[in-house]
Each structure stands twice: as C-alpha cells, then as structure tokens.
Design a protein around this ligand. Structure first.
Ligand code: AMP
Ligand code: ZN
Length: 472
C-alpha cells in the first residue's frame, strides 16, 4: 500500500506523491524553535513526530532534504535580550545550544540545514520578497511605517485553516494590531523600528525595522528548498496564522503552489491544557532527566501516540514508557542468547515477521500506535516460543534483523554500555568490600566519591550497578 498522510489543507487522507516522482530528494520544511528560552517537551513532541516522518520516508526508499529554521529574532527574543541587557545574538546563543543538546538526547535526527532568521542572506531575501509583494499590490506600508500583507487581495487566504475572513480576530504575534491596518487580519511583513527594539534593526526601503515572524519562514523555505515544497510540518498552533501567512507570502511572490502536503501534530497536554511557556505548565528535557528518566524513555513517551491525537503528559506515562522499553530490552537479550545456542526443536518460520503490519501501520498516516501494537504482539509470541524452547538460532537472528530494520525508524535501541573509568571501578570494588564487612559509613563515603566523579551506584540483587549520572 502506498504512503498516506492527512493533509491539513484538504482535511483528507491523501496518497503521498512527491512533486516530481523521478527526482530525489523530496523536500521537507519544519518550523523550528524560537530561541528565547529552553524548548519544552511539548515542542519536542512536534520535533519527534517530524523525525518519525523523515525516518519512515527513508525506510520507504525516499531521500529527504529537510530544513528546520531557528527563529532568533521576534518579539519574544527581543524582549528577552532587552531584559537580560545583552545583545540579541548573545541572548539566543545558549538556547540554540540547548536545543541541539536536547534534540540529541531524544535521538532526533538532525535536519540537513538549520537556517537562522538573522543570517544576512535570508534577511536580504525577506526584504526582496516584501518588495515583490508591494509591487504586486499584495502589501502596503501603513502610517506606522510597518509593512502589512493585504489579505483581501489574496483569495486563498484562510484555506489552510478553513477560516472565514470575517471571523478573524487579532492575534498575539502581530504588532500594532489595533490600528493602521486596512483589515484586522492583515499581518506584519516588516515591523518598523521603535525604542523597544534597541539596536535590533536592519535597513530597508521602508526604513529601519525587522522582519515579521511569518516572512522569515517563507524566505528561508524558498531559499533552501525552492518555490515548491513536498511536505511542511509544525504543531497545530502553527496552522493559523503562521502557515496561512506563509502560503499567502510565498504564493504571492512565486505564483506557484507552495506546499503539497501540510502535516500538523496535536499538542502535548498537561491536565488537559496545551503545554506552553505562557501557561507555566511545562517541563524541559533536563527537568525530565532530573527525575531519573532517560532521553530514550522520554523519546518513547512522546512517540508512542499517533501524532494527530492529543497526548497528556504524566509521570505515570513515563513509568509506562520505562516498562515498555524494559520488555523490548528483555526480549532482545533473550533473542541474543538464543542466537548463541542451537537449542530448538522446531523453528518459527520467518514469514511470521510482522514487517508488513508494522511498516503498513506507519504507511497509514504514521500510525505508530498500531505499529507498536504489532511489535509488542510479536514480542509476546516470540517470548512464548522461547519459553517452550521452540525458537532456533536462525529464527532468533532473523528477529534481531527485523528489529534492526524497525529500529531505524523508532530509534529505541537500548543504551550501549559506557565503559566505566578505572578510578570509578576501583572505588566500586572498595565499596563492595566495605559492604561485605557491613561498614556502611565507608560504603556511603565511597558512593559520594563515585558520585563526585559523575557516576551513580545502585545496589541491586545482582550486585552494584554503575551508571553515568544524568545519562540519557
Ligand atoms: P515555537 O518555539 O513556539 O515556535 O514552537 C516550536 C514548535 O513546537 C512548533 O511547531 C509548535 O507548533 C510546536 N509546539 C508548541 N507547543 C506545543 C505542544 N504543547 N505540543 C506539541 N507541539 C507544540
Ligand atoms: Zn515557520
């Protein structure tokens, strides 16, 4: 069966056909982080869904060229820099770094390019696009010196969000919403400089100012991927006004259909409400790691539910993620053991591998819940076969190969063991002796010394276990 996605534009499940089926790679644009603070795990739900999309397309033989922008100039970043009394670039730098760190912790495959909105190449393009929109009468400079998109002149405006123009209300991201504009829904392309912007400004034919958030994405997307893109993603909150505006700007300039498939993921919720910075109900990746969970466990917790279904974040859910991964780990360990011994009376035929079901589940609008359902069903069945000593080494090996294939999409491989430094190993040995002699004070002291070296020691039935502290 062909790949199918729910296209927000048509509100229908559509078969995926790239713009040019003979040309690779296909192009994907994903709206990236606004670097005014550390991204929260709600943002990462969106990035994990995009990661799953890219990996599944690759499994299906597509080469992918993916761009994710970094919004490093907008109202929030400017306000943050002003409050911190540092230049904009200095203010955003640590949040950019944190974003990459967290993305790595969650095993998110890097996009091919991460253009930043403040890069002079793109600012130049934003200015050129705005000039073109004015020339086509699709934009105008208002009395407040800012330049706005004239939505009444773009008949398709509202088609992505399925909005009636008359119902448009003002939105938080638009400056000077209350006056000057011809229509309440006209959005800023160029924001005229004012005192609050400090020294954040660029020269333009309309005077000093800075680009609006929406034109940033149109400029970076078309600069790097061309006038027409195969897939564009984001969270559902991006549909309006951001993506609606991206369509109006890009198509207003090029006259060509900007995006073939619009995919949006539902929100990560906390107590039924969107996880958001503004609501203060968010967790960051380090918050979750500090509770003793790994990046792999968080990845699983954010990945396991279909991307179009809202997902409530709970610690109970994190515990379930840990349990599910434990079942995978135990299964892999058993399979590995079976590959080492010829012990079976009867083998399970390879045809039982649920490759079709797993990959077919993902073909169906990335139905990860169905795909994981097949995985756990297979685990149950193979475990039963192993309990009855009915799985031979070759079949176990085939199951491991199957896991390798699906793991290229889900990336949930158990952590590889990290070598314990000799100094830590020596202290652990001394601690073991101390515990044999029931010298608990010395045992605790040694635990602290091990901890000071960045390692955590846990006492289990099988003896001491050493793990790097805060390991993902
Ligand atoms: P921002 O940094 O606000 O521009 O958001 C970056 C990405 O995260 C966008 O694709 C948003 O749609 C997405 N996003 C923001 N909050 C959530 C949430 N609670 N759940 C899922 N995605 C979100
Ligand atoms: Zn965007």
């Amino acid at each position: 069966m062909a790949l199918r996605f729910f296209n927000t534009y048509s509100r229908k499940i559509e078969e995926f056909e790239p713009r040019d089926p003979t040309a690779q790679p296909i192009s994907i644009y994903t709206c990236g982080p606004t670097v005014y603070s550390r991204a929260h795990i709600g943002n990462f739900r969106a990035y994990i869904f995009e990661d799953l999309l890219q990996r599944h397309l690759e499994l299906r033989g597509y080469k992918v060229h993916r761009v994710m922008n970094i919004t490093d100039v907008d109202d929030k970043t400017i306000r943050g820099a002003r409050e911190a009394k540092v230049p904009l670039a200095k203010f955003t730098e640590p949040f950019k770094k944190a974003f990459f760190e967290d993305a790595d912790t969650l095993r998110i495959k890097r996009a091919d390019e991460f253009p930043a909105a403040t890069d002079p190449r793109y600012v130049e393009r934003m200015i050129a696009m705005i000039g073109e929109l004015i020339a086509r009468d699709l934009a105008y400079q208002a009395d407040d010196k800012s330049v706005y998109f004239r939505i009444n002149k773009f008949p398709d405006y509202g088609k992505l969000a399925h909005f009636d123009l008359k119902q448009l209300q003002s939105t938080g991201r638009v400056k000077h919403d209350e006056y000057d504009k011809e229509h309440i829904g006209d959005f800023a392309l160029w924001k005229a400089w004012d005192d609050e912007d400090g020294n954040v400004k660029w020269d333009s034919p309309w005077g000093p100012g800075r680009p609006g958030w929406h034109i940033e994405c149109s400029a970076m997307a078309t600069a790097l991927l061309g006038d027409q893109i195969d897939i564009h993603c984001g969270g559902v909150d991006n549909i309006f006004p951001h993506h609606e505006a991206e369509i109006a700007q890009s198509e207003g300039v090029t006259g060509k259909k900007f995006v073939r498939y619009w995919l949006h993921c539902a929100h990560l919720l906390v107590d039924g409400q969107k996880m958001a910075k503004s609501l203060g109900n968010f967790y960051t990746v380090p918050d979750v790691l500090a509770k003793g969970y790994s990046g792999r466990e968080l990845r699983y917790a954010l990945l396991r539910v279909h991307y179009r279904v809202p997902l409530n974040f709970t610690w109970e859910g994190m515990k379930e993620a840990r349990e599910s991964l434990g079942r995978i780990d135990e299964w892999l360990q058993r399979l590995n053991e079976v590959t080492k011994k010829e012990n079976a009376q009867r083998s399970t035929p390879n045809s039982q591998h649920p490759t079709q079901q797993f990959e077919g589940g993902l073909d169906d609008d990335l139905n990860i819940s169905a795909a994981l359902g097949f995985l756990f069903e297979s685990i149950r069945e193979t475990n039963r076969a192993m309990d009855e000593n009915k799985l031979d080494a070759a079949s176990a090996k085939a199951w491991l190969d199957w896991w390798k294939r699906i793991n290229s999409v889900v990336d949930l491989e158990p952590e590889t063991e990290i070598a314990v430094p000799s100094e830590v190993a020596q202290l652990a040995k001394e601690r073991e002796n101390a515990r044999h002699q029931k010298n608990w004070t010395q045992s605790d002291e040694l635990r602290d010394r091990i901890s000071a070296l960045g390692w955590e020691v846990r006492d289990t039935k099988e003896g001491q276990k050493l793990t790097p502290r805060g390991a993902a």
